[in-house]
Design a protein. Structure first.
Lengths: 267, 267
């Protein structure tokens, strides 16, 4: 049975994992220091636990207890139960989907393990926006990509907002950090992948042409503002572009990644 | 020359157009009542004015004046100049891109005028999220769509956030509201368009197949949560789906629209 703990004081130190969820810098420090991440919403909390992440605790209003009973009962983590108004005081905003969980991060898998058997992988360089990271995970999962690799400075896919936008795709898709930024793409080539970088560079070919006939594909995406680094752009096997109307700003990275995954899925 | 007005009091009534930008409900009332909308960021402000929207006023920190000098000098609207900290007090948040403009809405064009010469149009039913509306405008413009039609309850593309996410695509793409919800799709069919509704319904065919050989195309998208209404789903000429991996949540509407526009652009 779940250990239900009614909490009446929003300053209760047992709620420390859930404080000030809108303060990105504070959260980054707190989550790194304690090796935790937060999941938000009944569906996403369930997916996190079902994917094997160990809960440190749960926090929710009474009305979410029934729907999550099996999840809560499966472990020994305490369930802090608070009225919604108090949850807002703790977290600093209105938690629309009611249920939160604080979960333990796990050691990231080895690159070789993540690539085992993968035919299509996404490689993200320095995306800074958690929403975009979540959207890319979701699109990749929906369109049949097998894994996601992140450059050392790419935003955290286990940040609350990434998980939420990705609908928990980060739990079902194998992913890890690349150990080395500089030689990341040549290393993938040595491992048998054709690296295709999405970029507006002058020698880019249409994406459909770039992925045609490719067996093991690594589709490489750059940051929102400046795109790929010169090093990654130059060290990719191929450069590809999504053909666009003249005079229009490019697609944003979430839209571009969805289109590129679609084209790649049909190669 | 622009009429520069330094303002020292954040409560100054001349700043009324710029108050509480995060309060969506308040903004909806204020903007409807005064027939205004806000543009945010140097690039987007410039595009709005260049697209012919008449400014009621501008508000910005001193450092944005030079970059926008030609835009400000082109009209007679006052330019309220405030330190960034005061702008934050007025608007309720940190305006990252510094410059704001309050512009007059214009009467929406007639449906016939918007469709004149259009070969590919997007039709949005009840999208509720301004971010998604902006993203769809941006993807449509980038991928060669000629116009956007909105059901009566679709979220406002001139809401600040829609404009910002769309990078001003709402200024360059002809759009209007559909006068009638119930018969909107049969009416488009009578006007010579093949209406293709994106839906997970049982008789959907892959999007590429659905748009093959179509001359004048109306690509129809439903709301984020529940998709299309039964009426629109049934009254479309064809139903289409983006083929996805088994057991995965569908793409979000912004990603799905980008993929569908891409497939349609290549028909």
């Amino acid at each position: 049975m779940a250990d239900l703990v009614e909490v009446a004081d929003p300053e209760d130190p047992r709620l420390a994992d859930y404080r000030d969820l809108r303060d990105v810098e504070l959260r980054k420090h707190l989550e790194a220091e304690h090796g935790l991440f937060l999941a938000e919403g009944e569906k996403v909390v369930r997916r996190a636990v079902e994917a094997g992440y160990e809960a440190r605790s749960f926090l929710m209003a009474p009305r979410w207890l029934d729907g999550l009973a099996d999840v809560l009962d499966a472990g020994a983590a305490p369930v802090y139960v608070l009225p919604e108004a108090l949850i807002e005081e703790v977290t600093g905003f209105h938690v629309h989907r009611g249920a939160l969980a604080s979960l333990r991060r796990r050691p990231l898998p080895d690159l070789t393990a993540v690539l085992e058997g993968a035919r299509s992988v996404l490689v993200l360089e320095d995306l800074v926006d958690h929403t975009n990271v979540g959207a890319v995970f979701r699109s990749g999962a929906a369109l049949g990509f097998d894994a996601v690799l992140l450059a050392p400075r790419c935003a955290d896919p286990l940040y609350r907002r990434s998980i939420k936008v990705g609908m928990g795709a980060v739990f079902s898709t194998p992913w890890t950090r690349l150990p080395d930024w500089y030689d990341a793409l040549p290393d993938l080539s040595r491992r048998g992948f054709t690296t295709v970088a999405l970029t507006l560079g002058p020698d880019s070919v249409p994406i459909e042409e770039a992925v045609a006939g490719v067996d093991r594909l690594a589709l490489v995406l750059g940051s929102e503002g400046h795109g790929l680094s010169a090093r990654w752009e130059a060290s990719a096997d191929r450069r590809a572009v999504i053909p666009m109307a003249a005079g229009i700003d490019s697609l944003n990275v979430a839209a571009a990644s969805a289109v590129a995954c679609y084209a790649a899925a049909r190669r």
